[in-house]
Unconditional design. Structure first.
Length: 261
């Protein structure tokens, strides 16, 4: 009995590893996150049963306990079970709970890493997250708290202030407050910030300053969004790209101003 945890990467199926593709092709059942191009990935396992167990902020979501139970039940039936997770399974992916559920039932697990959103966003921006002489530390951080977590000591802010490049996951709805907090805590107002929606696929990308976003916030974007902050982002390239159907908001003011800057 075994469950494979596979990193699907940021969305573009071509960013999956060969190993991920090979193992996926042997799956009987695939439990996958919401934020991915499953049509492209289903090519690897057209005959497997594909079940979406994704969570999207503010929308009805599958309970974590149900996901854990399903992994165990399906593996015990002798099926080859793949748990396909967006990006890398070990980054903000509730991986620990799912591993624990399997281990408690003596089910073997194996993890195949994937390209996390931070790296895919940097690639889209044609830039580096570290920069010799400028940025020797990168933090992946989220200000999002779980249901029963208390916001003790502003942990996300301390982590963000300790690093030169800050990549924020699950943060776009609070972008204005985040930028204000970073400025108040001591990041220079003119620090570059890049916004990347739908990394590796069509989406909005723009570059601004902490001060501008602290003043104006962000337009509403439908796809997953990563915020990247730090002097290394000064070198980010924003290439013109078509507006996506999934991001009608990008036709409005702020994004329009920056998407083609
Ligand atoms: C629950 S976390 C999962 C992260 C994932 N495990 C990873 O390694 O990228 C979901 C958040 O990741 C970021 N994200 C995931 N895919 C993305 C993409 N294609 N483009 C931009 N951000 C993305 C967004 O901040 C989103 O809210």
């Amino acid at each position: 009995m075994k469950v494979w945890f596979i990193g699907a990467g940021p969305g573009d199926p071509e960013l999956m590893t060969r190993k991920a593709w090979r193992v996926l092709s042997q799956a009987d059942v695939v439990l996958h996150d919401a934020l991915m191009d499953t049509a492209g990935m289903q090519e690897a396992a057209p005959n497997a049963q594909w079940l979406e167990v994704g969570k999207r902020s503010g929308r009805p979501s599958v309970e974590q306990a149900f996901i854990c139970r399903s992994l165990v039940t399906l593996a015990k039936r002798g099926l080859t079970v793949v748990r396909l997770k967006g990006g890398d399974p070990s980054i903000f992916g509730r991986l620990a709970e799912e591993l624990q559920a399997c281990r408690t039932e003596n089910i073997d697990v194996e993890i195949i890493p994937g390209v996390t959103a931070a790296c895919a966003a940097a690639a889209d921006l044609q830039t580096s997250l570290t920069l010799r002489g400028e940025s020797r530390s990168v933090v992946f951080v989220t200000p999002r708290l779980g249901k029963h977590e208390a916001n003790i000591h502003n942990e996300w802010l301390n982590a963000a202030m300790a690093a030169q490049t800050v990549v924020l996951y699950m943060a776009s709805s609070q972008a204005k407050e985040i930028c204000n907090s970073l400025i108040e805590a001591g990041k220079p107002k003119q620090t570059p910030i890049c916004i990347v929606e739908n990394a590796s696929r069509l989406g909005v990308r723009f570059k601004d300053t902490l001060f501008e976003v602290a003043q104006n916030g962000l337009p509403k974007l439908d796809g997953p969004v990563t915020l990247l902050v730090g002097q290394a982002l000064a070198l980010a390239q924003i290439s013109p790209m078509p507006l996506t159907e999934t991001s009608p908001a990008c036709t409005a003011g702020l994004a329009q101003k920056h998407a083609f800057a």
